[in-house]
Design a binder for this molecule. Structure first.
Ligand SMILES: [Zn+2]
Length: 197
């Protein structure tokens, strides 16, 4: 793809180590420090927003997928990535990839734990075959999904504080549209639930 890459790397990095796998790992470690503008406790890596990191021959290309289309935080995410890498003298370009669309399923197990520690219930997995839960063999997945919310069959949202599954939704929208407000019936604390999508 980039025939000029070896020449460029040689010219700018006489030591020969900068465009090595070691630098790739170093950049991942730097990206780990870039947090989600809306939920600062989790990083963009935890969120699953960073899709790719590759050397183009002139700069490191960071490919990110917005958490939802038109997400206003995306510009800030890109700016933050550029700022963190530029501070380390690393040339960087951030590009956006819209397909496949981001899903809460992409949040890492580590990210889910961080959400819980922060007091936000992490989203339930969407990739689980819901049709098998309801036993409606042959029902189109979209149809099953449409009927899943707000029924007794929907998976209980565990309280992030005490772990109790005795919880109720008090408002479908929390501080942001992507979260719902819940209350725990065991410890009585309200909490936010990161809705799966
Ligand atoms: Zn509780």
């Amino acid at each position: 793809m980039s025939e000029s890459a070896p020449a460029l790397a040689q010219a700018s990095e006489p030591s020969g180590g900068a465009r090595s796998p070691g630098e790739h790992a170093r950049i991942w470690a730097l990206l780990e420090r870039v947090s989600d503008p809306e939920i600062p406790v989790i990083s963009l890596l935890d969120l699953g927003v960073v899709r790719d990191l590759r050397w183009s021959g002139a700069a490191w290309q960071v490919v990110i997928t917005p958490t939802y289309s038109g997400c206003p935080a995306m510009t800030q995410m890109a700016d933050d990535i550029v700022a963190v890498l530029a501070a380390e003298q690393l040339p960087v370009e951030v590009s956006t990839q819209l397909a496949p669309a981001w899903s809460t399923d992409w949040i890492s197990p580590q990210g889910r734990q961080k959400l819980r520690d922060y007091g936000i219930a992490p989203p339930a997995a969407l990739s689980a075959p819901l049709a098998s839960v309801t036993g409606e063999a042959g029902a189109p997945a979209a149809r099953v999904l449409r009927f899943m919310p707000r029924t007794g069959a929907s998976p209980a949202v565990a309280c992030p504080r005490c772990g109790s599954q005795e919880t109720v939704e008090t408002s479908h929208f929390g501080s942001t549209a992507c979260k719902a407000l819940y209350r725990c019936l065991s410890c009585r604390e309200p909490f936010e639930y990161f809705k799966p999508y």
